[in-house]
Ligand binder design. Sequence first.
Ligand code: NAD
Length: 438
Amino acid sequence: MTSTEQPADVVARLRATFRTGRTKPVAWRTTQLNRLRAMLTDQGDELAEALHADLGKSRTEAFRTEIDFTVREIDHTLAHLDDWLRPEPAPVPAHLGADATAWTQYDPLGVVLVIAPWNYPAQLLLAPVVGALAAGNAVVAKPSELAPATSAVLARLIPAYLDTEAVAVVEGGVPETTALLAERFDHIFYTGNGTVGRIVMRAAAEHLTPVTLELGGKSPAFVDRGTDLDVVADRLARGKFLNAGQTCVAPDYVLTDPETAAALEPALARAVQALYGPDPRTCGEYGRIVDERHFDRLTALLDSGRTVVGGDSDRAEKYLGPTVLADVDPASPVMREEIFGPVLPIVTVAGLDEAIDFVNDRDKPLALYVFSTSPQTRSRIAAETSSGGLGYGLPLAHLTVSDLPFGGVGESGMGRYHGRYSLETFSHRKAVLDKPLG
Ligand code: NAD
């Protein structure tokens, strides 16, 4: 977007470009994907610095979870795009005659809007953009104002690398997003919280625009009796405390029986110490809370249980140590909202039946994690609960599998993306029938 251009002008300009057919050839799409890849590899250091400024992300974490993650998504898409775009034949019923053929083909939708949140402000803007470009759309990308350094870098770099006739970045907060949402788009892809998700869906309804809503919620981790708790604690701590807990698919809380909880507590304390040393604040690998509002919200949750490890904080630095709380009442504040920070409550249940009821009594989570070696336990949870994704033995990692769809269900969202699922999301699958005239 140029400095004088209003959101309505941006959308009109991109729509005019789309009408020319410029974005449709596969060659245009792959060129854009390669340029986006070049942006990430040439300017990765600058992006990593912005991510550090916004969230205290270490360089390693910035590359692993944002920059290299998006490069992998691009590579996967480039490797398979021709194959995915191939029309898919459909069997034709006999009454249409033996010479009739039918197939489906992917059509680009037009001008799409991608609205990103602050927690992985580069990945969560760019990974949907990869899918939108691969599908041959023009794209308006709206980064989060709560990650201002990353937003500014992306607003400068994207026009320098991508086709400015077809890709625009609109920076800003609620007024700018509201103005964008008044426009007609052909798809809106929103990542963030459910309250704003509802605003997005209401605005989209005015134009009958389809939406993808990538939302959050409380993702439980069930720890079964008889598992190797050192392994469990290590994997839980890595998944929970990455990005200081500000990850949509982070394990929100642990569900386990009282004896396992008693043994898990010291194992989690050891795991935190092994990951971040005696002082996570100075170890260089541990992030910060995005702003004071979230810092205050999180520190107010610390009274919800007995502190096993952590609980230390420094508002000036927006530092909150990796924290584990035990003896947590399911009705306590920490269990009433998505935590979205480095606080891991342990809630005890009598056993598997109660754990399944506990999950089903609440909103459908974005992810559900199961630490169990029992085939019966694993299959019962798979069959008797509903969640966006299901992870056995390892939190977060399912979203790194490019061939798996990523998305929520119920309150955790609607729609899915990554890899070919992004192409599905940002395309119309057109039905075609051909009956020769001869
Ligand atoms: P946020 O505050 O950055 O908001 C996201 C976007 O919504 C921003 O671009 C912002 O400008 C816009 N926005 C905010 N208020 C608006 C309004 N009134 N009208 C229109 N637009 C508005 O991010 P957030 O919502 O705090 O993000 C955290 C939430 O996102 C958590 O619930 C988390 O679980 C979820 N999340 C989900 C995923 C996923 O992939 N499913 C990924 C990351 C985060």
